[in-house]
Design a protein around this ligand. Structure first.
Ligand SMILES: Nc1ncnc2c1ncn2[C@@H]1O[C@H](COP(=O)(O)OP(=O)(O)OP(=O)(O)O)[C@@H](O)[C@H]1O
Ligand SMILES: [Mg+2]
Length: 650
């Protein structure tokens, strides 16, 4: 390792003013280091041996000159020469052993940290993900884990080894000629101070460079993914896009240039100080040898060799506290994430619902989306984590209630339609039923049991949700379907896809069920994606289906197909549907009208449409005559409407 290179490690956080939390070291030991204590002990022994051996060669060479060459004693020359050879071989072998031990501990530690973080994060509530920057999270798993690992095998080990090497070297030097040693020490310490200042500057420049680099790559990721590219094509001004990019790229070039110069200065200083030390030994030591004879030629050789052996550890130690703190910061950031409550752990005595009937009820539910400060860490929701420009904190208000006193029930086997203006809280109601969030007051009950008292596994087995824009992983269609039921056979897949009216389309694709879909795969249309999502729900075979109907209007053909798929999916199940299509509304057993987070009307279509109120107004404006812009099956496609709206469901 070069002296002090740690000072310019990429991405090192600024540790000025940082104080490790109390008990941090104890916790690192207990949770991560203790399992490897034997290996760590061996590692330390080998490390100390290696640094002790580092001091030997200059001493041996000095003796060869004084007691062998000068004294004309061939035996001494040969024996000590052989000893130097043995030391060289031993150093090499122990060096490899040390590397093996440190790597085997580090890699296990990285593995432990990564898997614990991943497991913990995937169990976090949805609110956490809605408030967290994905990039910041990924950087925790990648960079901070490595930073933390360096604390255990890199920093603690190096500090110990450096201290030993420095002490032994200085001891030998003092025993040879203490005044010269003192002079050398003054020189080294003075210049170590200079080197440290240059290292600080370098660290600041590295951070700046990272920030600009992050800005540049952020921009490219945003612009070059499919949706971003589409937006630029439709609305973008290519010349301005290019100009803005050039600005960022120029800043990267500028700061990189400065960094290159400072970095060269840093290493030049280090080399120079070493060389100055050697010059001092030969100049002053040589003068002493010539005038007083207080120093021998061999001792000059030994001293000049030891200058380098002492100088490197001294230099590293002068920066060790920064390095150590940097590594500890990483540990602390890992712990910070591990300490976030996942919230969903089943409490003692949670009920596992065996055969859910599907009786759903909301009782006097009040709910506000939790503010970011409650669900995530400040550092994970701002941009400064990855070196991006810090963003203003968006969390300026206390949580405002989204639902007030909502009571509604869906008896087993019924279909209830939720209708209401945009932003009235319909999707929120579905999220509460699926327990993506917990209510602030009141309760959501399934078969009479509060969903908070159900085991998460039995709740997710009892219900399934189709969202407005269902997500597909970048994987085959078959794998995406099996996400709901890993054991499903090919015949099962085909059966549900037939029921969801999507089989013919899949069968027509060149790779059939093995076609890759998702972000970079085959692009399914909105309606096709919803039908695939419905097939996935059928595969899961839940008692309760939650459906957020797509607001976008589908063409008549896929409208009919989606309706038919829905009819299949909802048959014999309880369903709570956010309805945007007339056909869905018409076939519901009950309609619940939501406005401003309250239930304002309930009843069947016939009851509501003739009564004065929001429903009648909504119905007239959305589906009434003169609104040909909206796809109303009844208005524009009598054929398909008759087919779908008259399905005797449930
Ligand atoms: N994750 C969130 N954090 C904070 N507020 C949210 C969040 N999601 C929704 N809201 C707010 O809650 C209110 C209700 O939103 P919701 O999505 O339930 O409306 P909706 O009735 O489904 O509307 P639409 O018909 O447009 O889908 C809105 O004012 C919305 O801005
Ligand atoms: Mg919605």
């Amino acid at each position: 390792m070069n002296p002090g290179t740690g000072a310019i490690r990429r991405g090192a956080p600024d540790v000025t003013g940082y104080r490790p939390t109390k008990g941090l070291l104890g916790r690192i030991w207990r949770e991560f280091a203790r399992p490897y204590r034997r290996r760590l002990a061996v590692f330390f022994v080998v490390l100390l041996a290696v640094s002790g051996l580092g001091v030997l060669p200059p001493v041996i060479f000095g003796r060869i000159i004084d007691h062998g060459v000068m004294a004309g004693n061939l035996d001494v020359v040969l024996w000590l020469g052989a000893a130097a050879g043995v030391v060289a071989v031993l150093s090499a072998v122990l060096g490899v052993a040390q590397r093996y031990l440190s790597a085997s501990i580090s890699e296990r530690l990285i593995y432990d940290l990564r898997q614990r973080l991943y497991d913990h994060i995937q169990r976090m509530p949805l609110a956490f993900f809605t408030r967290t920057r994905c990039g910041a999270l990924i950087s925790r798993i990648n960079n901070d884990v490595i930073g933390a690992q360096q604390a255990v095998t890199g920093q603690f080990g190096n500090v110990a080894a450096d201290a030993v090497q420095l002490a032994v070297a200085l001891g030998v030097m003092v025993s040879i000629e203490w005044r010269l040693t003192l002079a050398l020490l003054v020189l080294l310490v003075a210049f170590a101070g200079v080197a440290r200042r240059v290292a600080r500057r370098l660290q600041a420049l590295t951070r700046e460079q990272m920030r600009h680099n992050a800005a540049m790559s952020d921009r490219m990721t945003e612009r070059f993914n499919v949706s971003g590219a589409l937006l630029v094509k439709l609305f973008g001004r290519p010349d301005e896009e290019a100009r803005e990019f050039n600005d960022t790229a120029w800043r990267v070039a500028d700061v990189s240039l400065r960094r290159a110069v400072i970095s060269r200065t840093f290493f030049a200083t280090l080399t120079m100080v070493g060389a100055l030390g050697v010059a001092l030994v030969y100049g002053v030591g040589g003068a002493m040898a010539v005038t007083g004879g207080a120093v021998t030629a061999g001792q000059i050789v030994t001293l000049s060799g030891l200058v380098m052996t002492a100088y490197q550890p001294l230099n590293r130690l002068s920066n060790a506290h920064v390095e150590l703190l940097t590594a500890l910061v990483s540990f602390e950031r890992v712990f910070e994430v591990l300490d976030l409550p996942t919230g969903q752990a089943p409490h003692e005595g949670a009920v596992a619902l065996q055969r859910p009937r599907g009786d759903l009820a909301l009782e006097r539910v009040r709910f506000a989306y939790p503010p970011a400060s409650e669900v995530t860490l400040a550092s994970l929701r701002r941009g400064d984590e990855q070196g991006g420009e810090p963003l203003p904190d968006l969390e300026h208000h206390v949580a405002t209630p989204v639902l007030h006193d909502v009571t509604l029930s869906v008896p087993a086997g019924w279909t209830v339609a939720l209708v209401g203006p945009s932003g009235s809280g319909k999707s929120t109601i579905l999220s509460l039923v699926a327990r993506l969030y917990d209510v602030d007051a009141g309760a959501v009950r399934l078969d009479g049991v509060d969903v908070r008292d159900l085991t998460p596994a039995s709740l997710s087995a009892a219900l399934a949700m189709v969202s407005q824009d269902p997500h597909l992983f970048h994987d085959t269609i078959a794998a995406n379907l099996r996400y709901a039921a890993p054991q499903a056979s090919d015949a099962d897949l085909e059966a549900v896809c037939r029921a969801a009216h999507i089989h013919d389309l899949i069968a027509g694709l060149p790779q059939g069920y093995q076609t890759i879909v998702g972000e970079r795969g085959y692009r399914l249309s909105g309606g096709e994606k919803q039908r695939l999502a419905i097939a996935r729900v059928l595969l899961a075979d839940p008692a309760v289906v939650l459906l957020d109907e797509a607001t976008s209007h589908l063409d008549s053909e896929s409208e009919a197909a989606v309706q038919a798929a829905l009819a299949e999916a909802l048959r014999g199940r309880t369903s709570l549907v956010i309805a945007h299509r007339l056909s869905t509304i018409m076939r519901a057993d009950r309609i619940v009208v939501v406005a401003d987070g309250r239930v304002v009307q309930q009843g069947t279509h016939d009851e509501l449409v003739s009564a004065p109120g929001l429903y009648a107004t909504l119905f007239r404006t959305q589906f009434g005559p003169g609104h040909a812009g909206l796809t109303t099956p009844a208005g524009r496609h009598p054929g398909s409407a008759a087919e779908t709206a008259n399905d005797p469901i449930p």
